[in-house]
Write a protein that binds this ligand. Structure first.
Ligand SMILES: Nc1ncnc2c1ncn2[C@@H]1O[C@H](COP(=O)(O)OP(=O)(O)OP(=O)(O)O)[C@@H](O)[C@H]1O
Length: 294
């Protein structure tokens, strides 16, 4: 079943573009990354899914139900962790969580208490007394308290120290084991790489592509570095190569093609040392963005 299906979703803020014809399909139980640079349209898409703003065009279905028609019912199925957390400074965590729990049929007091214990949250504190990371932890409890089936996170690791980040990732993995679907926006590629099954790349309000992380990482190209006393320039004419650099006996380039062909060609040279690496997810993205803006 699709946990989330977005079709031709378009949002303009007056004349300025938010997103255009965004299409997404997230399967139940997936951790799905939504990746893009600043201003790409991630938050706009998330706000539309949360019904905080409304589209000019297009549809959103959650668990196969149209959000326009079943918005109220679907609210209970969704948990949301915002990028920036702002609470009333004078309110205590306890009062806040009790208040929020009233909006959900499935938020049980004992579960909220358990979550607070897991996160070592001091519920007696007022928000003005909490650090950014601790506020974020409260936001995570708020998002999980009603045991939602779809978790939506907008740049969730903003302002979190590595310990709390890890805790959040562990929680997301636990939630996934329970069958929860996670939709997760980010521009930090390493965290997406660690966690997500698939990713969609968004830029200038449009989806560039949607890929499995494994497929992205299996991209055809390799980063090659070698040391040779001979002239490596001949490689340029026989191999599909980009960014060729050769200095002081060290040569590096990006190679597109079959690895067997590369090895055959290299065997014609007296190679003293050799490194062949997969590109990082970051390098893959940069090359996609470059390709698309040609
Ligand atoms: N309230 C608004 N009024 C006018 N334009 C807006 C508004 N909110 C967003 N935009 C515009 O919509 C586009 C998409 O912005 P959005 O915040 O969705 O991007 P984002 O991918 O979440 O970026 P970031 O990573 O910087 O948060 C941008 O061009 C932005 O300037």
């Amino acid at each position: 079943m699709n946990a989330l299906e977005v079709k031709d979703l378009t949002k303009y803020y007056g004349k300025s573009r938010g997103i255009e014809k965004v299409n997404l399909r997230v399967q139940e139980g997936e951790i799905f990354g939504f990746i893009g640079p600043n201003g790409a349209g991630k938050t706009t898409t998330i706000r539309l899914i949360l019904r905080l703003i409304f589209p000019n065009h297009g549809t959103i279905k959650i668990f196969e139900k149209d959000l326009r028609e079943y918005g109220e019912e679907l609210r209970n199925e969704i948990g949301y962790i915002p990028g920036e957390v702002n609470f009333y400074p004078e309110v205590t965590v306890k009062d806040f969580l009790e208040y929020t729990a009233r909006f959900y049929k499935t938020a049980e007091k004992s579960y909220v208490e358990k979550l607070c214990r897991n996160f070592s949250i001091d519920v007696k504190k007022r928000f003005r007394e909490l650090s950014m990371g601790n506020k974020k932890k409260v936001a995570i409890v708020q998002a999980l308290m009603h045991k939602p089936k779809l978790l939506i996170l907008d740049e969730p690791t903003n302002g979190l120290d590595p310990l709390i980040q890890n805790l959040l990732f562990e929680i997301l993995k636990e939630e996934r084991k329970k069958g929860v679907t996670v939709f997760f926006s980010s521009h930090i590629l390493s965290e997406v790489e660690k966690l997500c099954d698939r990713v969609a790349l968004i830029k200038d309000g449009k989806i560039l592509r949607t890929e499995k992380i494994d497929d992205l990482m299996k991209q055809k190209y390799k980063i090659v570095k070698l040391k040779t006393d001979e002239n490596p320039g001949t490689l340029k004419s026989v191999l599909q190569i980009k960014d060729f650099k050769s200095e002081n006996g060290t040569t590096s380039f990006i190679y597109y093609g079959l690895i067997g062909d590369l090895i055959k060609k290299l065997s014609g040279l007296k190679v003293n040392d050799l490194w062949i690496e997969d590109p990082s997810l970051e390098e893959i993205f940069i090359s996609y963005y470059k390709e698309e803006s040609k």
